[in-house]
Write a protein that binds this ligand. Structure first.
Ligand code: ADP
Ligand code: MG
Length: 726
C-alpha cells in the first residue's frame, strides 16, 4: 500500500538513498497533498499487474517503475489502452525485456498500473529550484508548445491566487484553454487550484528540488495528472535570510549623512577625483595621504591632510578610498578602529577577478567590517551620492538640490551616468549608491534602506545579480506597493552572463526566472538605460491610470500613423472615441488634410499648435471621452522647432495651453518632442516643458514603452491591493 503521508514518502526515498521518486511514490505524495492524480499502483510481478488491472478496471496503462528511469516512454516503458488480462501480461513481459536491453543496471521496483484516462487537453506544471530564488513554478501547454515554442509562464513559489490566475492567462496558448473554435473551455478553476496545491507542496517540503506533472489532462470539468516526477535535493537546502539589522541601517544612515568624511590615498594621477568630488560637501572633509609628493596638490584643494586616519582630530562618518588592493584590508581595519560608519572602496581586484588572493583580501575586509558593524560599500564601486548635502561620487554631479528618486547600481558607470542624466530630464536624485561587488551590503540592503528613506519616492536599480534572492524578492514585494521600483538587469543574454561574472562576480540567473520574479513582486522591468529613465520620468510627472486607452494628437499625417503603431505595438490601445466626441469634433475639425477618428491628425485645426482655443477644445474632448485614459501629443517638433526658435512667443502660447490642461485634467498627459534637427534648441524646449511639470519623450516608441511599463505597475497594484486578488 502506498504511504499517504507526504513527508514520510520523501523520507522513505531518502533512506533508500535516492533522489528520484518513482511515479508511484510521486503520485502518492501528490495525492496526499490533494492533487488529482490517476490512481496508480505498484505491481512487482506479472500476476500482481493483472490483479491490479482487474481491480482498477480496463482499459489500463502499464509503465515501468524505477528510480533510475526518468523518461519511461523513451525506453518502451509505457503501454497504453490495455484491454484484457492477457494484454497486461504481455505488456509486463515486453517492458521487462525492454529494460534489460536498454538499462540493464537499473533498479526495477516493478510496473505501475493505472486506469487509462480519457484524453483531455494536455498541460504541464513543473517546479525547478533556482539557487538564489528557490522553487519556481512553471505552467504551459503540453507537447511542442513547451518543448519548441517555450510558451510558458513562471512564478516564484509560494503562489498567490492572483499568481495562479494570471500565469495561466499569460501564455500565448491560453486561447486553446479558454475554448477555441467551438471546443469547450477547460476547467480553469481546477488548474488554478492545482497550481496552488503544487506551490503549497513545495513550500512545505523544501526537500523537493524538481517536480513535473507532465502531462495533466485538463477537462471541461476538473483535471487529472497522469504522470508525475519528483526529484529531491542532494542535501537539505539551507536558506539564510539576513535582514538589514538596525545597527547596519544606522551605519548606512550615518554614511549617507556624514558630518565629516575622509578621502584616503587620493592622488594627482587620478586628478584628485575623490577630493574634488567633495568640493560641494557642506560639512568637513579630510584627506589622508603619506606620499609627500601629493601633499601640495591636496593643499591646493584646501583640504587638511593627515598621515593616518587615527590622527584626524574628529569623528569620521564616511571614508572614500582608492588604495591598492594589498593595502585595502589594513585600511578597513583602521576605519573600524576609528569607528567609521561606512567605508567605500573604489579599489578593484577582489572577488570579481576570481584569483585566490583577491578572494582572500575581500574576505578579510568582510570579516573586519561585519565584526565592527561597519557599512562596507563595494569594493569595486563608486559609493554614495547624496546631492542635498553635496556628498558626491563624481566631480561633475549636481549638488545642493534635494530630489525624490533613489538609484541603486551595481555598476559605477551606470550609477553616475544615471545621476548625471536624470536631472536634465527633470528627475532629481534623493540618494544614489554604486555598490560593485556587494561584499557585505547587497542590493537588498540598499533597497531596504531607500524603502524607508523619507526623501526617496521612486527607486531605480541597475543589477547584475543578487545574493539572497528570496530576501530580495520578499523585500521587493513589500516595497513596490508604496514606492515604484524600476529594475534594469544586465547580463540577460548568455554572453552577457559571462560578462557579469568578470564585472561584479555575480551569479547568473535564468532570464525567465528573473523576469517572473520582478513581475510577481510588482516591480518594473526595464531593458535599457533609456527605458529606466523614461519610466521613472513618467511615474514622477504624470497622474496614474490602470487602463490602456490612449488618445493621440499629432500635427500631420505620417506621424499620426506611426505614433498609433507605436502605442498599439507596445500593447496599449488607440480606441475609437465616443459618439459624443465625434459629434463635437465634426462641428469644428478641419477634415481636409486631417482626420479625427483617433489619432487626431490636427495640424490644420490647431494651427500647428498655435490656435490655442481649438487645441484646448481637442484636449477637453479627449479628457471627457470615456474611451480615453491617457492623452499624448506629438508636438511636431520636426517641423515647428525653427519657428519656436525664431518666435519664442509661439512656444510660450503652446506651453501655456498644455500646462493649463495638464494641471486640470485627471488623466495622464505627456508629449513627444523628437529632436530631428535643432537638437540644442530642443533641449531647452524640453527643459521648459519639464519646468512646467510636463514630461517629454524623444520618440513615439520611448513614450509608448514608458506608458506601458507604468500602466503595468499601476494596474498590478490596483489588482493586488486588498485581499480580493482579482
Ligand atoms: P514519460 O515518462 O515518458 O513522460 P508518461 O507517464 O508521461 O511517460 O506517459 C507517456 C504518455 O502516455 C503521456 O504523455 C500521456 O499522453 C500518456 N499517458 C500516460 N498515462 C496515461 C493514463 N493513465 N491515461 C491515458 N494516457 C496516459
Ligand atoms: Mg510524462
Amino acid at each position: 500500500m502506498p504511504t499517504t503521508n507526504v513527508a514520510a514518502i520523501i523520507q522513505q526515498a531518502r533512506t533508500r538513498n535516492r533522489h528520484l521518486l518513482t511515479e508511484v511514490e510521486a503520485k502518492a505524495a501528490l495525492g496526499a497533498a490533494g492533487v488529482p492524480v490517476a490512481d496508480t499502483r505498484l505491481a512487482r510481478s506479472r500476476e500482481e499487474a493483472i490483479a491490479q488491472a482487474q481491480a482498477l478496471g480496463f482499459p489500463t496503462v502499464l509503465k515501468i517503475c524505477s528510480p533510475d528511469i526518468v523518461h519511461k516512454s523513451d525506453m518502451g516503458g509505457v503501454q497504453l489502452n490495455l484491454r484484457t488480462p492477457d494484454a497486461v501480461g504481455q505488456a509486463f513481459a515486453e517492458m521487462m525485456q525492454a529494460v534489460k536491453q536498454t538499462q540493464p543496471t537499473a533498479t526495477i521496483d516493478g510496473v505501475s498500473v493505472q486506469p487509462m484516462a480519457t484524453a483531455g487537453l494536455e498541460v504541464i506544471i513543473g517546479v525547478t529550484s533556482d539557487p538564489q530564488f528557490g522553487p519556481v513554478v512553471m505552467f504551459g501547454l503540453g507537447g511542442v508548445s513547451v518543448e519548441i515554442l517555450q510558451d510558458v509562464a513562471f512564478r516564484l513559489a509560494p503562489l498567490s491566487p492572483h499568481d495562479a490566475h494570471s500565469m495561466i492567462r499569460e501564455i500565448k496558448g491560453f486561447a486553446l484553454l479558454s475554448g477555441y473554435r467551438g471546443q469547450p473551455a477547460v476547467d480553469l478553476i481546477a488548474l488554478e487550484r492545482l497550481l496552488l496545491q503544487v506551490s503549497a507542496l513545495v513550500e512545505t517540503q523544501p526537500d523537493i528540488k524538481e517536480l513535473d506533472l507532465n502531462p495533466i489532462f485538463a477537462y471541461p470539468n476538473g483535471c487529472l495528472a497522469v504522470d508525475a516526477r519528483i526529484i529531491l535535493h542532494e542535501a537539505s537546502p539551507i536558506t539564510t535570510v539576513r535582514p538589514l539589522s538596525a545597527a547596519t541601517r544606522a551605519a548606512l544612515d550615518r554614511a549617507f549623512n556624514p558630518r565629516a568624511v575622509a578621502v584616503i590615498g587620493d592622488k594627482r594621477a587620478m586628478n584628485y577625483m575623490w577630493l574634488r568630488s567633495q568640493s560641494t560637501f557642506q560639512r568637513k572633509v579630510y584627506s589622508v595621504q603619506i606620499d609627500e609628493r601629493e601633499l601640495p596638490g591636496i593643499a591646493a584643494l584646501g583640504v587638511p591632510n593627515y598621515h593616518s586616519l587615527a590622527e584626524i582630530p574628529d569623528e569620521i562618518d564616511y571614508v572614500m578610498t582608492a588604495v591598492p588592493r594589498q593595502i585595502a584590508p589594513r585600511l578597513v581595519a583602521d576605519c573600524a578602529a576609528k569607528k567609521v560608519a561606512g567605508v567605500m572602496l573604489f579599489t578593484s581586484g577582489f572577488s570579481e577577478i576570481g584569483d585566490d588572493e583577491g578572494k582572500r583580501l575581500e574576505q578579510t575586509m568582510v570579516d573586519t567590517a561585519r565584526a565592527a558593524n561597519m557599512a562596507l560599500i563595494g569594493p569595486n564601486c563608486m559609493g554614495l551620492y547624496h546631492p542635498r548635502i553635496g556628498l558626491r561620487n563624481y566631480a561633475e554631479l549636481p549638488a545642493g538640490e534635494a530630489g525624490t528618486v533613489g538609484f541603486i547600481g551595481q555598476s559605477g558607470t551606470h550609477s553616475i551616468t544615471f545621476s548625471l542624466a536624470a536631472p536634465h530630464h527633470g528627475v532629481k536624485i534623493s540618494k544614489a549608491v554604486s555598490f560593485g561587488n556587494a561584499a557585505v551590503l547587497d542590493a537588498s540592503d540598499y533597497l531596504d534602506y531607500l524603502a524607508a528613506d523619507p526623501e526617496t519616492q521612486i527607486i531605480g536599480m541597475y543589477l547584475e545579480g543578487v545574493r539572497e534572492g528570496r530576501r530580495f524578492f520578499s523585500l521587493l514585494r513589500e516595497v513596490t506597493p508604496k514606492k515604484p521600483v524600476v529594475i534594469w538587469k544586465g547580463g540577460m543574454s548568455e554572453a552577457g552572463k559571462r560578462a557579469i561574472s568578470s564585472h561584479t562576480g555575480s551569479l547568473a540567473v535564468p532570464a525567465a526566472v528573473w523576469k517572473a520574479m520582478v513581475h510577481q513582486a510588482g516591480a518594473i522591468s526595464a531593458e535599457t538605460f533609456d527605458e529606466t529613465l523614461d519610466v521613472i520620468k513618467l511615474l514622477q510627472f504624470v497622474k496614474p491610470t490602470t487602463k490602456t486607452g490612449v488618445g493621440l494628437i499629432a500635427m500631420t499625417g505620417g506621424p499620426s500613423v506611426v505614433i498609433t503603431d507605436a502605442f498599439e505595438h507596445a500593447g496599449l490601445s488607440v480606441p475609437l472615441l465616443s459618439d459624443a466626441s465625434y459629434q463635437e469634433l465634426s462641428s469644428f475639425f478641419t477634415v481636409i488634410g486631417g482626420s479625427f477618428r483617433n489619432p487626431l491628425d490636427s495640424g490644420h485645426t490647431i494651427g500647428m499648435g498655435q490656435t490655442s482655443d481649438n487645441l484646448e477644445r481637442l484636449l477637453s474632448i479627449l479628457d471627457r471621452d470615456p474611451n480615453i485614459d491617457t492623452i499624448v501629443m506629438d508636438t511636431g517638433a520636426g517641423l515647428v522647432a525653427g519657428q519656436w526658435q525664431a518666435r519664442p512667443k509661439t512656444l510660450e502660447a503652446l506651453l501655456e495651453t498644455l500646462t493649463n490642461f495638464a494641471t486640470r485634467s485627471a488623466k495622464p498627459f505627456f508629449v513627444v518632442l523628437q529632436p530631428f534637427a535643432l537638437e540644442a534648441a530642443l533641449l531647452q524646449v524640453r527643459e521648459q516643458f519639464q519646468a512646467r511639470g510636463i514630461a517629454t519623450f524623444a520618440t513615439h516608441q520611448r513614450a509608448a514603452c514608458a506608458l506601458r511599463l507604468a500602466t503595468g505597475y499601476w494596474r498590478f497594484h490596483a489588482e493586488n491591493s486588498g485581499n480580493s486578488s482579482r
